[in-house]
Design a protein around this ligand. Structure first.
Ligand SMILES: Cc1cc2nc3c(=O)[nH]c(=O)nc-3n(C[C@H](O)[C@H](O)[C@H](O)COP(=O)(O)OP(=O)(O)OC[C@H]3O[C@@H](n4cnc5c(N)ncnc54)[C@H](O)[C@@H]3O)c2cc1C
Length: 303
């Protein structure tokens, strides 16, 4: 007679295994995120301030379409901004448009961002709008320009891997926009984007030069030392208000060096239960991170 394993025992085993795997991955992710909650993010932001950096808090998650989920996210950003003010934390927040309604409509996203920006303005913190994949670029720029007519302390992320970006930067600079220059974290088609690393880097260099020659109040958001060095050199020629921005847990040894040289550095601090996709992006960005994952896994199975 064949022994039939009760279905619940199998379920129990799988749950146990997946809990272990989640715990293991969370341990890796913890270097890049503040934790699951807003209070952990505020704590991490305080530490960033203590280390001489401004803090930029981001709640993880994107592509929200459920009304409750969008409203909860907006409320959480409103509470964050109030708390940044209450605890005298310098910096601001960074919001993904599809967290606050862009997956539904431009109007909904604009209205939600407006609420958040109004609260931030009275709390004196800055709001960055993250840039997501290229299907949202047009709408994100449109929303930003619309809001920038009324509110001053807002900025927009722009991605050097997109072929359209040079034109976007030109146009945005004509409006006096505050730009955060990034390389781009999303997988894009060959038609829209530079796919080879040195092409992205070349474009990033060109865009840094554009920002220094025609812009002001911008952010060079990269961990790439050759780009940081270029920005430092250009800052000798052009007197501009700009800052370096880096992600929590990446190039931590470089941040104090830049601060010591007199540059403004902001640390981007993500938090929330939706930490897996963000952490996978960070893992993929560097081969050594994959090796780190492998060795930590082996180590965790030894103990
Ligand atoms: C403040 C901030 C905000 C961002 N906002 C957006 C956004 O709104 N939209 C968007 O698409 N992308 C955003 N990004 C992500 C960005 O597009 C890149 O994916 C990411 O910054 C990696 O590119 P890099 O410029 O650091 O250069 P890379 O060429 O990827 O890396 C250069 C060097 O930096 C170091 N490094 C880079 N990544 C890691 C890592 N994960 N672990 C360890 N070392 C690393 C390594 O030494 C590497 O050789 C943001 C990045 C920052 C810093």
């Amino acid at each position: 007679m064949q022994f039939v394993e009760p279905i619940w025992s199998k379920f129990k085993l799988e749950t146990h295994e997946s809990t272990l795997m989640e715990k293991f991955l969370f341990r890796i992710a913890k270097q890049w995120i503040a934790g699951n909650t807003a209070s952990e993010a505020l704590q991490s932001a305080k530490t960033a301030n203590k280390n001489g950096m401004n803090a930029i808090i981001n709640k993880l998650g994107e592509h929200m379409t459920a009304k409750d989920q969008i409203n909860d996210t907006v409320s959480e950003y409103l509470a964050l901004v109030l708390n940044l003010h209450k605890f005298k934390i310098y910096g601001g927040i960074s919001v993904k448009p599809t967290q606050v309604g862009l997956s539904k409509s431009i109007e909904e996203c604009t209205n939600n961002l407006k609420k958040i920006i109004e609260e931030s303005t009275s709390s004196q913190s800055f709001v960055w709008i993250d840039m997501e994949s290229s299907e949202y670029t047009d709408d994100t720029i449109k929303i930003y320009l619309n809001l920038f007519e009324r509110y001053e302390r807002i900025g927009i992320a722009i991605q050097a891997n997109l072929k359209r970006t040079e034109q976007d930067v030109k146009m945005l600079l004509e409006h006096g926009a505050k730009i955060r220059l990034v390389k781009g974290a999303y997988r894009e088609s060959k038609k829209n984007a530079y796919k080879i690393r040195h092409e992205v880097d070349e474009n990033y260099r060109k865009l840094i030069k554009m920002l220094f020659s025609c812009g002001n109040e911008f952010a060079i958001a990269t961990h790439d030392y050759t780009m940081i060095e270029l920005a430092m050199n250009l800052s000798k020629k052009y007197e501009r208000k700009f800052e370096f921005q880096m992600l929590k847990g990446i190039r931590d040894e470089l941040k104090p060096v830049l601060i010591k040289k007199g540059f403004v550095v902001s640390e981007y601090i993500p938090y929330g239960t939706n930490w897996l996709p963000y952490s996978i992006r960070r893992l993929k960005e560097r081969k050594r991170n994959i090796l780190l994952l492998g060795s930590s896994f082996l180590h965790s199975h030894r103990v």
